[in-house]
Structure formats: C-alpha cells, structure tokens
Ligand binder design. Structure first.
Ligand code: G3H
Ligand code: 13P
Ligand code: NA
Ligand code: ZN
Length: 328
C-alpha cells in the first residue's frame, strides 16, 4: 500500500531501524528493489529526482511506482520526490500522487547555488503547509552536501587540516536544526555529516570513523521527533567497481560510505538512507559483463535481467544491514 514517509519513519524510529531510499527511473530498478524487499519483508521508499522525471517522464515514473504498489499490496511503499528545487516542483508532485516530497531549500532553485537560511525556512515552510493539507510528508535539508552534479566536496578526503575546517562549516548545526524544525514543521531532515553525492566521495580507503556520528547524536537529541536523513550514502561497492573496469569501463578508483558507518548513523538516529550510485554501478557492471561474455546476444532482456539481479543483491544487503528486513 502507498504510505507517507512519516508513517514509515515513525515505525522505523519506534523499532530502531533505518530504511534505504533508492532512486528510481526505470522498470528494472523498481523490480529489483521490490523483489529484494519482498524476499526479506522490508518496507520500501522509492524516490524520483528531477533527473528521473526528465528521463522517464512524470507519467511513466508515477506509473512505475504505482505498479510496485499494485504488484506488492502487502508491502508498505512510500513514493517520495527527491531534491525538489522549488515549491512549484513539490506542488506538481503532490498533485501527481507522491506521498512524500523533499523541498531542498539548502540550494537555490538552480539546484547549485547555496541559499540563505531565511530562503530555506520560507520555501520549506510553504511546502509543509501545502503538503500537510494533503497528507503528504515533507523532507527538508539543512547544511551543505557535496555538489549534486560534480560531487565536488566528495573529492574531499577530510585528511588535511584545511579540509577539516571547510568540512566543519558545511556540517549541519544542531541549534540551527532545532530552529529550522520549529519554523518549518518538517517530518524529516537531511543533514550534512560528511557525506556527498555521487561515486567520487573519498579518494582514500576509509579507515575507521569517517562520518561525524557525534554530530548525528547532537542533532537527534535536539529534535528527536524529526527523522534524520543521510543523503550521499552509497558505499561504492569495490567488487562492482572492479567488474565495471574489468569489462571495458573506465571509472577512477574511489570509495564510498562503509555500510558499518551507516549502521552507526542508524544507531544514533538516522532513519532514511539515500542510495542511487550503488544501484547504478551494479547495473552497469552486470550489463558490461554480460555483453562481454555474450557478444552474440542482442536481446536486451538478457542483460537487463542481469542488471536486475545485481541491483537486487545490493538492495537485499542494505535492507538486512539497516535492520528494515522483517519490518514490512
Ligand atoms: O541526489 C541525487 C540523485 O543521485 C539523483 O541523481 O539527478 O542524476 O537523477 P539524478
Ligand atoms: P549517492 O549518490 O551516494 O547514491 O546518494 C544518492 C542521494 O543522496 C539521492 O538523494
Ligand atoms: Na530525498
Ligand atoms: Zn540527495
């Protein structure tokens, strides 16, 4: 059944687990996520970005998610709009049937330029008023993650003293988070605690604590009823990176957020964990390998089935690691 983000994350908080939120824009991704959830009995968050709407088109995106709801009536599914750049965008998603929207007021409507705190409060508040009147949940964002397009801050390895200072200024401030929630009444809040979008997060293999879990705890203590969200939470699987490069790809060496670090975040109050890159990599690796091994094949179902299988295994692993398995 289609449920709001608030319903799913309230249950996650009551039962101390986290939910992966996977980005979708095609049928294979939706099927992989749903087959994995069905296998381990996990609730599901499917999210569509502006890029997903551009690729699939609003109608196809909406019906792909509706198809999941219809095919798996026993699994609670949230249909979430990822990174809404303006109240207009969120309004259209609410009209089209999304049960949750993200108003990312941390950036201006170009999705690039950092905004003022006042702009963030005003636009987010506007979306909350609109969404709550329709039973739709709202996720806001406070703090500065890496660039959505280039993952610029993702190049930051946090090793140098200079880098650490820059990083600190980008992190979500607990006092500001409390004020933001009071003024906007958001259901969930994306926080900056050291993650960034895209595949190129860390140039060196993370050893030990790489996220600011102390900051998660501080924020959670201040706003316990607001569900914390970690964006940029792909782990950049090294096995898929190798498969991509072994079969004709050319991705640079890079590292993501270790699953154990995400689990620490969940123990400290994180409830929603955004993942896109990992499924892109599993999909690309599986297709490259299949086409390499089967040069005479020209039936897309053969390589797309491999992509689905690769993505399904990643999803299953995350449901189990984050504790959402068995909670549907
Ligand atoms: O947060 C961004 C997601 O990874 C979506 O990426 O805009 O390329 O669809 P996209
Ligand atoms: P990744 O780029 O780490 O997969 O994060 C996706 C995300 O945060 C979508 O909002
Ligand atoms: Na989101
Ligand atoms: Zn994001």
């Amino acid at each position: 059944a289609l449920v709001s983000l608030r319903q799913l994350l309230d249950h996650a908080a009551e039962n101390s687990y986290g939910l992966p939120a996977f980005n979708v824009n095609n049928m294979e991704q939706v099927k992989a996520i749903m087959e994995a959830a069905d296998a381990v009995d996990s609730p599901v968050i499917l999210q569509g970005s502006a890029g997903a709407r551009g690729y699939a088109g609003e109608t196809f995106l909406r019906h792909l998610i509706s198809a999941a709801v219809e095919a798996y009536p026993h699994i609670p599914i949230c249909m979430h709009q990822d990174h809404g750049a303006s109240p207009d965008v969120c309004q259209r998603s609410i009209q089209s049937g999304f049960s949750s929207v993200m108003m990312d007021g941390s950036l201006m409507s170009d999705g690039k330029t950092p905004s003022s705190y006042e702009y963030n409060v005003a636009t987010t508040r506007q979306v909350v008023d609109m969404a709550h009147a329709c039973g739709v949940s709202v996720e806001g964002e406070l703090g500065c993650l890496g660039s959505l397009e280039t993952g610029e801050a993702g190049e930051e390895d946090g090793q140098g003293a200079e880098g650490k200072l820059e990083m600190d200024q980008m992190l979500t401030d607990p006092d500001e988070a409390a004020d933001f929630v009071k003024k906007t009444n958001v259901d969930a809040l994306a926080i900056a605690i050291g993650t960034s979008h895209g595949a190129y997060k860390f140039t060196k293999k993370p050893t030990g604590a790489i996220l600011r879990i102390d900051r998660v705890k501080e924020i959670h203590k201040r706003i316990p009823s607001v569900h914390l969200v970690m964006h940029g939470s792909s782990s950049v699987p090294q096995d898929w990176l190798k498969i991509i490069n072994d079969f004709g790809g050319d991705m640079g060496q890079t590292y993501g957020v270790p699953v154990e670090e995400i689990v620490e975040g969940i123990k400290s109050g994180v409830r929603k964990v955004n993942i896109d890159t990992d499924l892109r990599m599993a999909s690309t690796g599986a297709i490259r390998r299949h086409l390499h091994d089967n040069p005479s094949n020209f039936d897309p179902r053969k390589f797309l089935a491999e992509a689905t299988k690769g993505m399904r295994d990643v999803c299953k692993n995350r449901y189990e690691a984050f504790g959402s398995a068995g909670q549907a």
